[in-house]
Design a protein around this ligand. Sequence first.
Ligand SMILES: *Cc1c(COP(=O)(O)O)cnc(C)c1O
Length: 365
Amino acid sequence: MKMNIQAPLHIRKLTPYVPGKPVQEVERELGLANTVKMASNENPFGPSPKALEAARGFLDNVHIYPEGSGFYLCQALSRHYKVEQDRVILGNGSVELIEIAAKALLVPGANVVMSEGSFTMYRIATLAMNAEAREIPMAKRTHDLKAMARAVDANTKMVLVANPNNPTGTYNSMGEVERLLQEVPDDVLVIIDEAYKEFVKEPDYGSANALLEAHPNLLVLGTFAKAYGLAGLRVGYGFGHPELLAILHKARSPFNTSSIAQVAAIAALEDGEFVRKVVDFNAKEMKRVCAELKKMGFSYTPSVTNFLLVDVPMASSDCYRKLLMEGVIIRPMEGWGFPNSIRVTLYTREGNDRFLAALSKVAAR
Ligand SMILES: *Cc1c(COP(=O)(O)O)cnc(C)c1O
């Protein structure tokens, strides 16, 4: 039968988000075994063991709907980050909070200011609401916050900043973020997406949480997907003014985080030891992998996160396909504005060695 439903033009024009290829899919399609996935900034240590135990212990209760607002996880986040509990909102991953904000605030004719070379979900969430994605060129592969502030006009409803940024791994200092908030009118929502904040050790970096009191138009996002290793459970959070959150709650579906995700996240927050182990290992491997890349003659963007943007002497998608044949899954970056760069997630020591060996084989220079 012919399917006759027509989507409106702005939806027809939309290119869906392309996620990293799962290991099983690659192995099935290419007949490979032993592939490593270094494509989605996932945690090489797996989930926090405490989170896993809490999730297992809660399985008997999955016939009950979760608490709608996630009271206990909000309480745990409030205590952990020293933010009042009425300033906490949960998302099915922090990405959902971006979509909720877009749904709540955007109308056709509105625009959202974001950076070129940033997380592609920002553009998708904006275009899905038939609004304009205003992408501002970067300065040295870092968000140009001054230019972004200048790009705000009467139709701007949101400014989206990934700090640190994905896929470049660069960051903006606390001072720069504070200036952005001073320059953007207070009726424009500023979202600072801090998905990788746990990995950053630079002294001039800081969470924008510290600016919440002074800026009621600020929403700060965090996630359990990266340093805490709970990507598959889909749980993230936002901090903002209670009246801002009241607007977002109107566009949120009632049970947007699952009960299992909530209990696992509470336990993960208490597992500081796990996060420290993850972050310290990542820092050591980052140093080692960068030194190796340098020796091999590759240039890359210095990163404060758990991934690296590496420049390759060929089209990004060619490099991706060649590495795939070596059993190493990375992310090609042309769709993100980097036609000759790949993004690789630091993984286990063995995984990182596999990547380095495969890269030197397919892209020797
Ligand atoms: C991974 C990532 C997130 C987190 O997404 P979840 O929906 O929480 O899994 C958010 N923002 C950026 C920039 C990311 O890279």
